[in-house]
Design a protein around this ligand. Sequence first.
Ligand SMILES: NC(=O)c1ccc[n+]([C@@H]2O[C@H](COP(=O)([O-])OP(=O)(O)OC[C@H]3O[C@@H](n4cnc5c(N)ncnc54)[C@H](OP(=O)(O)O)[C@@H]3O)[C@@H](O)[C@H]2O)c1
Length: 291
Amino acid sequence: MRVFVAGATGAIGKQLVPRLVEAGHEVHGMTRSESKQAMLHERGSVPVVADALDPAQVAQAVGRARPDVIVHQLTAIPATLDLRHFDRDFALTNRLRTEGTDHLLSAGQAVGVRRFVAQSNFASYARTGGPVKSEEDPLDPAPAREMRETLAAIRHLEEAVLGARWTEGIVLRYGAFYGPGTSGAPGGEQFELVRKRKFPLVGDGGGVWSFIHIADAAEATVAAVERGSRGAYNVVDDDPAPVAEWLTAPAPAWPSPASSPGRSILAPPVWRGSRSRSMATPRRVGRRRAT
Ligand SMILES: NC(=O)c1ccc[n+]([C@@H]2O[C@H](COP(=O)([O-])OP(=O)(O)OC[C@H]3O[C@@H](n4cnc5c(N)ncnc54)[C@H](OP(=O)(O)O)[C@@H]3O)[C@@H](O)[C@H]2O)c1
């Protein structure tokens, strides 16, 4: 298949592109930077330079590639997040999830893409009911004040993608990324904050987070590209982690990917063609730091 990846140079894009190429697909990878074309080329994809917030550029890029599938992995998440100003830090990501999604969808409709796979997030469920959330659980209708715009952008993305009846719209609600190229890797911002016990505590620390190794997230995305059907899917590992545990551990000790040799029994691949379950999201944004 011809696959157009928007966000091909990002944390997940870097893992996804070579896997799609390896699986035999013709991959067109989008970036804003002329200078990143060589990197995309080295990973086996056709580089495409376009700004996702410019509808004409997106239409032209997608029109040239004429893909069967579009994958939307556009984000612009700062290395350091201030949870008290979450919406401010996510402002550009929110535009990519609203305007960017709309531009990609309309460009995809113009060329008749068969599937449209988009990145969403596990941390969007309503903070009611039990801690385990399936895809049928509602998104948070009343998010914390600091996250209202971010949750609205996710809702927009999901409704637009799942509502696109002319294609197979698929929404992947990834857990929190860790592994190479993410801020959850040793030396990365999030890893170091946890290690130094400076990661801000969310609420009373009673929440549960779902994580996903970046390699497993990419594997699940390949499966969605190749055989996914319309719907929202939690893409999370099988070891949901109470905040109080991972935040106070002496050092972050996240497991290797389920897809790596030797871990296939304990941690089965995240995508099985059926929906999985993830754990509840943080309850509210607090000001305390873990000490
Ligand atoms: N579920 C999660 O936990 C989750 C999800 C996403 C990100 N993150 C984390 O956030 C951190 C930053 O990752 P990131 O993926 O946001 O940043 P990133 O690694 O810089 O990737 C963002 C991608 O979006 C593209 N992009 C952004 N704005 C664009 C625009 N206007 N037009 C075209 N392409 C555009 C970038 O392309 P160019 O820069 O090449 O133009 C790049 O490919 C990482 O630590 C990552 O692990 C976590």
